[in-house]
Design a protein around this ligand. Structure first.
Ligand SMILES: Nc1nc2c(c(CN[C@H]3C=C[C@H](O)[C@@H]3O)cn2[C@@H]2O[C@H](COP(=O)(O)O)[C@@H](O)[C@H]2O)c(=O)[nH]1
Length: 347
């Protein structure tokens, strides 16, 4: 094992930053250093950063380094406590939108658009509020029934993992009532402006956000939906009010299924022949498998290394900003190899 670790870390690139409050970088570093199915290619990180810095077209995504605007067309926003609770629900249900192999994806119609995936989820929850459903109300979420949630997500096909989404909606309502007087804003106040502290609060109080697994006998923390919820609050409120966090750079990237697909497209992630064959055949990867954990851990560290390189090139990007840009590039993924398929509520 030592020689694999030495090989991965021969240039000491995986140094840990001083603070790692969430333990995501530390725990995923151990995976990256032992990884046998996934490799991070530093030369292609260099090439990607050079392209990004020169502003040469990055396929699909905007190459500008300025902030990505929050999309208010598909996200409910009233600037107050209703929005804060709505965002918590949005990210409690923000996972696993892909269909079975060769099956069409779940889609909805909204404002004359046919949407799928994350955008369909956000628009469906916005449409519901526009139709008068108080999705920001904790008591309402506790009592939400399957028929109503099916109506909220009405469209072509059924949204995957429907029962799990209903369970998560109930959990949001119950935990908000039990611990936060019905308002997620109370948790934000408890975090006192710290992004990792709010992410940790989410993982501690809301079980569906506690995205932790094991790898070769050791705990590995990703906390993907907990972290993206904080990042989404920051983006929606432009870093003010309920989105005012002073340490957003303490968040890592969000280990979903699209960012690794994009990183692999840029040859930043390289899969072993057997893993590549499995993923490209759109075969399921069991949750908690070595392959799945190595893909997610490499995603975290590839974004960390990109962020560090961009800073040396004079661009103060955060891992969350690197992530968002890669994710948006992945919204135009027709030319890319498939993403890995793990049925999970965590991403
Ligand atoms: N790593 C990362 N994963 C992200 C996001 C988002 C949406 N955020 C953007 C939207 C507005 C904000 O401005 C953010 O830019 C969704 N997902 C995940 O992707 C998957 C859905 O993908 P598809 O099947 O193609 O819809 C699913 O796992 C979902 O959890 C992100 O930003 N980063």
């Amino acid at each position: 094992m030592a020689n694999i670790e030495a090989w991965h870390n021969r240039d000491n690139r995986y140094t840990l930053a001083a603070q790692d409050q969430l333990g995501v970088l530390t725990s995923t570093r151990a995976v990256v250093l032992q990884s046998t199915h996934v490799r991070i290619n530093p030369e292609h990180i260099e090439r990607f950063c050079a392209q990004w810095q020169q502003g040469t077209a990055l396929p699909g995504g905007s190459q500008a380094l300025d902030e990505i605007p929050w999309d208010v067309e598909h996200h409910f926003f009233d600037g107050g406590l209703r929005t804060v609770n709505w965002m918590l629900l949005l990210d409690a249900l923000n996972f696993c939108f892909w269909a079975e192999k060769q099956q069409p994806r779940w889609t909805i119609e909204y404002k004359g658009q046919t949407l799928n995936g994350y955008w369909a989820e956000a628009a469906a929850l916005t449409r519901a509020v526009e139709e008068g459903l108080p999705l920001w109300d904790a008591a309402y979420l506790c009592a939400l029934d399957a028929k109503t949630l099916a109506h909220i997500f009405r469209g072509s096909q059924q949204i995957p993992l429907f029962e799990q989404r209903l369970h998560n909606a109930h959990e949001v309502g119950q935990v908000l009532q039990q611990h936060f007087q019905g308002n997620f804003s109370q948790a934000i106040e408890q975090a006192q402006g710290s992004a990792p502290r709010l992410a940790q609060l989410l993982a501690s109080y809301f079980p569906s956000f506690n995205d932790i697994t094991m790898y070769r006998g050791r705990e590995v923390r990703f906390l993907k939906r907990a972290q993206i919820c904080v990042s989404d609050l920051y983006s929606a409120f432009h870093g003010q009010s309920w989105g005012a966090f002073s340490d957003l750079e303490q968040l890592t990237a969000f280990a979903d299924y699209k960012v690794p697909q994009v990183l692999r497209h840029f040859h930043i992630l390289e899969y072993s022949a057997s893993l590549a064959q499995h993923v490209d055949a759109q075969e399921l990867l069991p949750t908690g498998s070595e392959e799945e954990v190595e893909i997610r851990a490499a995603t975290i560290w590839a974004c960390e290394l990109i962020q560090r390189r961009m800073r040396t090139l004079g661009h103060n990007v955060t891992p969350a900003e690197v992530d968002q840009r890669l994710w948006l590039i992945g919204q135009d993924a027709e030319q890319m190899q498939p993403y890995h398929r793990t049925r999970t509520i965590f991403y």
